[in-house]
Design a protein around this ligand. Structure first.
Ligand SMILES: N[C@@H](CCC(=O)N[C@@H](CS)C(=O)NCC(=O)O)C(=O)O
Length: 227
């Protein structure tokens, strides 16, 4: 299988299936398509046109089949590798895991647009300003804290549903944003973030991101489209 991804420092959607596969021990070949611009004629779009009708990363290519969009990729991997238990085995827990992933997929707009993923940056002053001036960011963070604390209490940790799975991969780029922007979280959530970011599959992505040094200006249109 091949996984097409964008720059590791910036591409939060690419991070999710990459860390999922790495951490679960699913072998794949990475194809990096660096962001240049999002113009229709950009190299980024041209490189992706061969594999995806929507020309966005991530794309998973398995033989003749291309699967695009993170949620579809996660579901495909869960079906193809049932022994990896990427979703919780329990039906109710699985439904809840799907709910929180769908919530991430479709929501958290304020956090995503104001706190673009930028792994090499440390922006506590931006985080403090956003917590003060952007109620949407504070509300998104509050929901994250409520969700993670509730799941950790219900399933006993160390990951959201006990063992590592799709939900943890889905929220990994949120955990990195909380760190980058020094967003305030209670100790139970802080400890989960520490455990999550220390997983070998997630640490590998972050370490490789820190080697990239590709500077992309963080202006609004780039930031919202990319993250
Ligand atoms: N819903 C898509 C979002 C994918 C996405 O927006 N990817 C960004 C990079 S993180 C991208 O390729 N942006 C290029 C563009 O918008 O033209 C998914 O879950 O995979």
């Amino acid at each position: 299988m091949k996984l097409y991804i964008g720059n590791k420092n910036y591409s939060s959607w690419s991070m999710r299936p990459w860390v999922l596969m790495k951490q679960a021990g699913i072998p794949f070949e990475e194809v990096m398509v660096r962001f240049d611009s999002f113009e229709a004629e950009s190299q980024f779009k041209t490189a992706l046109a061969a594999v995806s009708p929507v020309q966005k990363v991530p794309v998973l290519v398995d033989g003749e089949l291309a699967v695009w969009d993170t949620l579809a990729i996660a579901e495909y991997l869960a079906e193809r590798f049932p022994d990896k238990q990427l979703w919780p085995a329990d039906r109710a827990a699985r439904a809840r895991a799907r709910s929180v992933c769908a919530e991430m997929h479709a929501g958290f707009g304020a956090l995503r647009s104001h706190c673009g993923m930028n792994l090499e940056a440390h922006l506590p002053e931006v985080g403090a300003r956003l917590m003060r001036d952007e109620p949407g960011v504070a509300a998104d963070l509050q929901r994250i804290v409520q969700m993670w604390s509730g799941l950790l209490a219900a399933h006993g940790g160390p990951m959201l549903f006990g063992a590592f799975g799709i939900s943890d991969a889905y929220y990994a780029p949120v955990a990195t944003r909380i760190r980058t922007y020094a967003l305030p979280v209670p100790p139970v959530v802080d400890a989960y973030i520490t455990r999550l970011l220390a997983l070998p599959g997630i640490k590998a992505w972050i370490d490789e991101a820190l080697q990239e040094h590709d500077f992309i200006p963080m202006d609004e249109p780039y930031r919202t489209s990319r993250n």
